[in-house]
Design a protein. Sequence first.
Length: 764
Amino acid sequence: MGIIEQTNRTILFDVVNPEVFNMFNIMSDVDENSRSLTDEKVAEINNALLVNNFDEFLKKFQPTIYSYFDQERGMVYELTKPAGIPEPLVKKIVIDRNNTFLKMFISIMDNKKASGATNASFNYEKVTEMLAPHKTLKEIKKLKKDIAYLENKNAEFESDSPSKQDAVLKLKSKLDKTKKYYNETASQLTLMLGMIKDNLDTAVRASEKGITEFNPALPVIEDAEIIALEVSDKPKALLTDKGGASKEESTELANTAKGEVAVTAAPKKEVISYKDLSISVIEEQYNESMQTLYESVGQEYDPESSSASLSKELIVAAFTDKMPDKLMAMDINDKVELYNKYSAINTLWQKSFIRTAKLLIEKILSVKAFFDQYQPKSPMMRPSLLIVNADMSEILEEKNLENLKKYLETVNNKSDYSNTVWFGIVPNIEYSDDREMDLDEDTMRQFGYTGDIYTGVSIMPTPMSDLQFLLDEIKDYRIQVFFSFEASEDTTFLKLSTHGMDQYMENTQELENSDYSRYAIPCLPNFTVIPSDKSRVVLGSKAIRTEDGKLEFSADRDDFMKFWIYGVYIGAAYVAAGIVAAYQCPNFLTARFGGKIKKEYPGVRFDIEAGDNALYVTTTMPKEIAGYTAETKNIINEHKYGFVFSSDKNQLNGNSINLITVYKSRCMNESKNGGFESIFRETTRTYLYRMIGALTSDYKKDRIDRIFESGGKVKEWQLSPNYVNSILREGDGIEKGDCNDTTYNIEINFAGVSENMELQINTD
């Protein structure tokens, strides 16, 4: 790439984790009288806040939800660390790739993309079912099977062999993985619920065959008669007799089930039962988890008195062949009561979690969407994201704004452009100040609404005036800022297709005809992960006994253990910035256009609106609607407004395109040809400005003259007009204009539209 190695670093003006130091915390030791930062301070900021991919983002920022248990309200979840709650009572839930909710939303996007289905036709409940306890139990059964396999493998190898060593490590690793299912109360509840549900399923299947009394027992022959041995409250284990001192095996089943290994060093073989060993390890791990939990609040945990607890039995039974004695001995009606009680608690806790975590998960998904746009065959100029980690009100505080400008002065206005910020993202701009009418609960109930009045945590959107202030303050640093409006059903593809874009244009009128207009890029519409009216999550249904004694799970919707997420969305600004940052990379463009790319040039001049470019460079986002009406398209084309995405079905070289594409890519600067200016114009102007500065030792007149000579850089650009990423394409031009002792004017022409660039001559 040469002089300018990257043209796609992006800054996110938002907070992700308030507990992580933000840019202004890191700059708290900067001299107030300094105008820029040292290289060391820039490196410190980048080390803390700059991420190059989604996984690095999760690792550095560790997006976290905080929870604690309140005796009146149950489990309480907060976006910020709750003040006034003792530290030991607060549980940190880090949202990473292992989080069930995040996995579910990612799975929805992946499944939609694979199927090509629209929001209206996609089966969301098939994916949201992964939150149900029986899905967790499916994971547990897989882990249990892995453990059983490794138990058998351990029994096969010589005790001192390398294979034995490897098998031991693998078995212990699997046993360690069981901890996540019982290391805190909410996880234990889900596991126990799944185990009880599994037990009840057997009884339900029996009921379907007309069996209303379900009494499993062990048949044995005694005195020439077959008798049934029922499970007692404290029975002996079915595989191993724990009641006798000799610990001899009580059944032939135990002989075949146990993995044995001989310890050859001893004259008498020491027999290890790996199944018993797994049981003891899990019991010990459970005791350690509970001990840590009790000690955190200054209380003592007694593993002996808790040895027969139902929770411990179910947890051990989930991963081993040890029977849950208390559950087996429990009356079926008691099981039903326990299952329904646990189901109600689990539903309430899951609902409380997602109602709080939704906003954070939307940010996480949005950052993922930014990085997902970059999918080259061979990475080269990888997009990077600098996260300020402060909300807009904090960013705009006087001292913080001064420090932000010091950082940008250092990385954007010096001739070393390795850390230069080219693009910005501002999400959650206020869309409308007309809020929905709030009705009191009594009125809602009167009209038959039985759902939740409180639908989750919300944050106030950023006023347009704050965006204007930010744009005005940072305009000298030439950052093109992609902004999107608050994510809701009002800013989706469906709403744009049915209501048009008048509201968007009305909201952004104040951004026109300003010095910063060329840097302001409205992005629309927002993306829907799951629509509000399809966001029902069913975790199960009540277990009931019918009048004739049959056990079944109710099919009545009122008996469903369910809640509504009320929609999850991704800000359009993240996707817009992501796709523009992605196509700056020559290798990214090569993967789509082949040999039509010049590897030495970035994609600053790439016009995604031109020809079929938008069909070659699609987003990675799945379709949402069948497309815009002809009327909506006519309005968009007439106004030439905004960075607008399209969900229309397209064809390219005979192949269908079922991904979202870019329909318009315009900023708020009015074009001389009508409408608004394409964003590539400002990206190219900024690139030319910085390249000229780097080539001329910060704009020395004699060196500026040289770049226009026959062997200069301008001539090189003019001789390479036919690449997809040419800096100057056919019809473009750069010419010397008037100059004096202090200013040097350059005329830049893009496809017949020219404008002047004024350079301040360096006289040093």
